[in-house]
Design a protein around this ligand. Structure first.
Ligand SMILES: Nc1ncnc2c1ncn2[C@@H]1O[C@H](COP(=O)(O)OP(=O)(O)O)[C@@H](O)[C@H]1O
Ligand SMILES: [Mg+2]
Length: 382
């Protein structure tokens, strides 16, 4: 089961350059959270600080009762075993096959025998849809496949905390949708605490329980996804809608005079590059694939959010009440779908509950190996 990560007043600088300050947030146990923010605001630096690869000069990161900013290197080594990390560039070893890359944490951190390692690695390779590519070198496969190999490697130690740095960058919308479903399915299977850094608005709207945003060296907000998605903060509005007009500039920040000049241009009829339609508002959160266990985080989150509901802005409160109803409906629909597909499965003699993934047609073709297979109920738990 996932563990809570509690960050308090964290501040990080490189020399005289302050990256962000006083960042406080809690990643609730087993919930999925997204961190948004313009490029260069220090999202990757934040992820690296959570695993003790970088050392913030102030504040604390409490994981399983240990403050990793102050603990010994021995304790840090132990805490790191709780993590699975997908770095922004995949961070695979270029001279090792995908198999050896994915096996690396098992060989490094466990005393498992090679045949057991092989079993685990091949399970993860299948999970991320890379069957058949295990002997390839990272340089021989596409960027999307490298991301999935990185994700498989992040999963081999059965992590309780999963950090993903822009897992969707370089992926087309369809592969991004497969990836989103895969992350939700993994969460349903192992109840790990997940933090995803992304620029993808569709991922931010459909995947997480919680969303936060870094801007101007601060955490603008962090909380239940409905808070950010109903927020009328200019920076949130600009980011979600991909507008040029707003506080975020090409080099991150703009001054007030610049913002006024741009607003005058828009008022005079010049397009600001954003969508005409406002994309804020709530869309239903992704559910685990029918036939998988339901996400345990859903019930815990409902109880947690009910406690803080009265402290949230009015539009967020209304959206959360609606989300709770929607979650109940969606879970019931999921159970119904699982019942139906199980009947179909029994009739045709296959255990698969997924219509989107078929083993026999899947292997071989490059186009098909770019897909993420939906997780199947017949598969082993992670
Ligand atoms: N190891 C480092 N040494 C010095 N500066 C760094 C280091 N890592 C990141 N930075 C700086 O920190 C800032 C934030 O970087 P990063 O976390 O990669 O942004 P993001 O992931 O939000 O795009 C950038 O200005 C970057 O140059
Ligand atoms: Mg980054």
């Amino acid at each position: 089961m996932g563990v809570e990560v509690s960050v308090e007043n964290l501040t990080k600088s490189f020399g005289s350059q302050n990256i962000w300050r006083d960042v406080s947030l809690t990643l609730p146990q087993g919930e999925v959270s997204v961190l948004l923010g313009p490029s260069g605001t220090g999202k990757s630096v934040f992820l690296k600080s959570l695993i003790g690869l970088l050392h913030p000069e102030q504040g604390s990161v409490i994981i399983d009762g240990t403050d990793i900013t102050k603990c010994s290197s021995r304790e840090l080594y132990e805490i790191r075993k709780l993590f699975g990390v997908l770095f922004q560039d995949g961070a695979l070893f270029g001279s090792m096959s995908l198999f050896d890359n994915i096996a690396f944490p098992l060989r490094e951190h466990t005393k498992k025998k090679e045949d057991e390692i092989r079993q685990i690695v091949m399970d993860k390779i299948e999970l991320v849809g890379l069957t058949g590519a295990e002997n390839k070198l990272p340089g021989e496969i596409s960027g999307g496949m490298r991301k999935r190999a990185g994700l498989a490697r992040a999963l081999v130690l059965d992590p309780q905390i999963i950090l993903c740095d822009e897992p969707d960058s370089g992926l087309d919308p369809v592969r991004t949708a497969y990836l989103s479903q895969l992350l939700i399915d993994i969460n349903a299977q192992i109840d790990a605490t997940i933090l995803i850094v992304t620029h993808n608005i569709q991922v931010a709207r459909t995947v997480p329980d919680n969303i936060g945003m870094l801007f101007r060296k601060e955490l603008v907000m962090f909380g239940p996804r409905e808070v950010l998605l109903t927020s009328d903060e200019p920076v949130v509005d600009q980011f979600l809608n991909g507008r040029r007009i707003g506080p975020i500039g090409m080099s991150e920040e703009k001054d007030d005079a610049q913002q006024r000049r741009e607003q005058e241009m828009v008022d005079a009829g010049h397009s600001d590059g954003g969508t005409a339609e406002d994309v804020r508002g709530i869309v239903p959160q992704l559910q685990a694939t029918p036939g998988l266990p339901e996400r345990k985080a859903v019930g815990r989150r409902q109880a947690r959010v009910r406690e803080i509901l009265h402290t949230l802005p009015e539009p967020a409160q209304r959206a959360i009440e609606e989300s709770f109803l929607e979650e109940e409906r969606a879970q019931e629909n999921g159970r119904e779908a699982a019942r139906k597909t199980q009947k179909v499965g029994a009739g045709s003699g296959t255990a698969s509950t997924s219509s989107s993934y078929d083993d026999s047609s899947y292997q071989g073709s490059d186009a098909q190996t770019e897909q993420f297979p939906a997780y199947r109920a017949g598969d082993k738990a992670l």
